[in-house]
Design a protein around this ligand. Structure first.
Ligand SMILES: [Zn+2]
Length: 318
């Protein structure tokens, strides 16, 4: 999530049935691996980006050059393998910014692993036929749309027919509007949630509170205030990029507890933000463990909600 360029992310979802059979059978994991012997956690990683090694089939958006692509690839197979170790069975893929409005690589991944992945796409809301595109993408496994909610972008939202169409259509199709937001735009999100009360809104990465180090308590209170909108969700994700940015990330626990108190676990969802969570000293296991192991103020049901049930409801149920 931190990057000098714009970041992109995906959401994924998978069929609600045959979860245990999802990743395991699709990868033909054998009993010998030990995977099938473990109880199914049915966990969901609500935030992962995938991309292939550069190929003509999936060209980069014109805003990017090959030097921007780092790591050089992060494949569906890699996130499936990482997830298996934690019983993460399904993943929400977030459209990678490298590809601009061309969601085809993500869609191809969903089509190949339909029980494992759902997607959050990026579309051009200023282009024609916004509603028709959203409906078509739903058929192809897209359950949300990403907006870069920074101060410059949100300044145009009130006068944008495309944004209006997105929020209205999303309410009808039960797709989520997923915001990569800065804390400064929380008042705008509050306004949008008021204007479109039937639209699911998902705020990524704690609205990036703590990205500059300290968690700003006023920002956090502003985020907690949004809990009065019952269709608004928060991703507790991208731990590597927030607060002290250091495993085991326990400095983020008070923020998570305050959000649980405001929203309840049923409106929080864990996400790794891979591949960024697995760069340098950071690991997938440590991200999962912050909720699964270290957040001792959560009971078992709350952990299950944050680690899977909430994202299942928002991204995998139709
Ligand atoms: Zn991301």
């Amino acid at each position: 999530m931190p990057s000098r360029v714009s970041r992109r992310r995906l959401i994924f979802g998978a069929g609600s049935v045959a979860i245990g059979a999802g990743i395991a059978s699709q990868l033909k994991v054998t009993q010998a691996s030990g995977f099938l012997a473990r109880p199914s956690g049915d966990y969901v990683d609500s935030h992962v980006h995938v991309w292939p090694k550069l190929t003509e089939k999936y060209p980069l958006d014109s805003k990017f050059t090959p030097a921007d692509v780092d790591p050089e690839a992060f494949t569906p197979e890699e996130i499936i393998r990482l997830g298996q170790k934690e019983d993460v069975q399904r993943v929400v893929l977030i459209q990678m910014s490298f590809f601009g409005f061309d969601n085809s690589y993500m869609l191809d991944c969903i089509s190949r692993w339909p029980k494992v992945f759902r997607g959050v796409a990026i579309i051009d809301h200023d282009a024609p036929e916004v509603a028709a595109k959203m409906i078509d993408l739903k058929r192809r496994g897209v359950r949300g749309f990403r907006l870069y909610a920074n101060a410059k972008n949100v300044a145009t939202w009130d006068s944008s027919p495309g944004i209006d169409a997105m929020f209205k259509t999303a309410a009808e199709t039960q797709q989520a509007i997923c915001m990569l937001s800065d804390p400064e735009v929380l008042p705008t999100i509050e306004r949008m949630a008021t204007k479109y009360p039937n639209t699911r809104i998902v705020i990524d990465h704690f609205s990036r509170i703590g990205m500059r180090g300290e968690v700003d308590q006023r920002d956090l209170e502003r985020l907690c205030k949004l809990s009065r909108f019952d269709k608004l969700y928060v991703k507790t994700s991208a731990f590597y990029a927030l607060g002290q940015k250091k495993e085991p990330y326990k400095d983020l626990l008070p923020m998570i507890k305050q959000l649980r108190d405001a929203f309840s676990a049923n409106r929080l969802m864990w996400g790794s933000d891979c591949p960024y969570q697995v760069q340098g000293p950071h690991s997938y296991a440590s991200s999962f463990a912050l909720i699964a192991t270290h957040a001792d103020f959560l009971d078992e049901n709350e952990k299950k909600a944050i680690l899977g049930k909430t994202a299942d409801k928002v991204f995998f149920q139709d």
